[in-house]
Ligand binder design. Sequence first.
Ligand SMILES: *Cc1c(COP(=O)(O)O)cnc(C)c1O
Length: 401
Amino acid sequence: MTQSFPAVMPTYARAEVGFERGEGPYLFGTDGKRYLDFACGIAVTGLGHAHPHLVAEVGKQMAQVWHTSNIFPIPQQQRLAERLVAATFADTVFFTNSGAEANECGIKLVRKYHAHHGNPQRYRIVTFEGAFHGRTLATLAAGGQQKYLDGFGPKVDGFDQVPFGDHAALEAAIGPHTAGILIEPVQGEGGVRLVPQQCLKGVRELCDKHGLLLFLDEIQTGMGRTGRLFAHEWAGIVPDVMSVAKALGNGFPVGACLATAKAAAGMNAGTHGSTYGGNPLAMSAGNAVLDVMLAEGFLDNVERMAGHLKQQLVGLVQRNPDMFEDARGMGLLLGLKCKVPNTDMVPMVRKHGLLAVGAGDNVMRVLAPLVVKPEHIAEAVDRIDAACAELRAAASARKAG
Ligand SMILES: *Cc1c(COP(=O)(O)O)cnc(C)c1O
């Protein structure tokens, strides 16, 4: 035993403050301060903290049965699958414990579809620069970010990456081995980079033209974050496969891979599995989340709050042109592109009581909970203004000194 190595493997660069309690959009820090949580565990706690309905439902399940194994029927799993099927394009659902696993399932499904139809040579998936699909070996290969791949041996084969927003390059990348296209409707980690609706339509058309499966990663964009249950609904297209996770369990670890019956044709008994995936406890969290999100008017309110917050962020950019370049994103998946390093901005807004989260392209993601109210938005804006003032004062003091 080496004493000097941290007990928790030091793979994360952590902030200085942790939290002991949450309530709606607020978290209470171990430093005694209250924070407005516009990070939401990176788009996970969409319904805020300690939501009474979620606490009650998961609590009830907790006292009944936690786990039985997928060897046995799981009624809560059946129910959540049926509800997701009813609410989406999908005919069938596989449950996982994380986003990366939902993507792994989707990657396997896309490959299996072509093998099932006698084309096992069609196994390659086209992905986009700046994408993020998870940290397993295959999803890292799909994301294609060199800094995450370095040192982990040969990159998993079967992914061809093209520049973001380059339709010609996308079409050119499609060959006799191509099985599908994997894309996030908005790149979250990549810097809140929106795929225009017209482009999503174009990708759908390409898939139809070449017999490919369209696989959407809605792990961050899904579960109400954009003001529709799923972001692709805005573009009026449907995928063949879709991964979901993050807000599906509001912090209880759960993910899902949704597919049409046609796409999932090869996924019969024995082709895939998970010990924990879809267990009663996780499914009670997912069902409780859906109870809230599918209620009349919930998503309309998200859309209203999103419009309001976006307008406020545009105002912030206008008032602080030395700090911000633009306000971007859709729904409540919003970001401010910074002119100072986002690694200065994010800790400074935290110092002023607001939690936000960094992203690629020097963006600070502003991920309000879906249950946000106008007064919380006003509070967040005040705190960002205050953070800008302090950064500005520090910069001019440096210049003077
Ligand atoms: C967070 C995220 C993932 C990975 O999910 P994990 O639960 O961390 O495995 C994959 N894709 C997107 C778009 C994400 O935002």
